[in-house]
Write a new protein. Structure first.
Length: 134
């Protein structure tokens, strides 16, 4: 009887220990924005849209609205972190000096891997920037 209780106690303790050792996966995305001369572009607006890779649906409320948009630093880069596997659409915009086209932009896609940092470099070009109204 005492041995059975010890076995149960050992089982419970080992299960608790294993449960505490679990680390949730992290999905990281680093984005760098460059101009056509490969120079970093500071103060670019980068917006992401997160899509569930299994259903194809956009994941709502995965982040605060402010977390969907970042402004690049002087090195032209910004970062995002997630707790779920995702397919991400990246849209980058920067004000342009051309009067007929107020923005330069670029769009790219990334699939986030578990516990890996995915890095994307986008080259800003003048063009159709309909999504730059954010």
């Amino acid at each position: 009887m005492l041995i059975q209780k010890l076995h149960k106690l050992l089982l419970i303790i080992s299960l608790l220990f294993m449960a505490q050792c679990y680390k949730a996966p992290i999905f990281e995305l680093n984005i760098t924005i460059q101009d056509q001369d490969f120079n970093p572009v500071a103060n670019s607006t980068v917006r992401i849209t997160i899509t569930d890779p299994e259903t194809g649906d956009i994941i709502p409320n995965d982040l605060d609205e402010e977390s969907f948009i970042e402004i690049t630093g002087t090195d032209g880069s910004c970062s995002f972190s997630f707790e779920k596997k995702a397919f991400v659409t990246i849209q980058a915009c920067v004000s342009s000096s051309e009067s007929n086209n107020p923005f330069s932009c670029q769009e790219a896609y990334a699939y986030l891997e578990e516990n890996e940092t995915v890095s994307k470099t986008l080259m800003i070009v003048d063009g159709d920037c309909d999504y730059c109204s954010f």
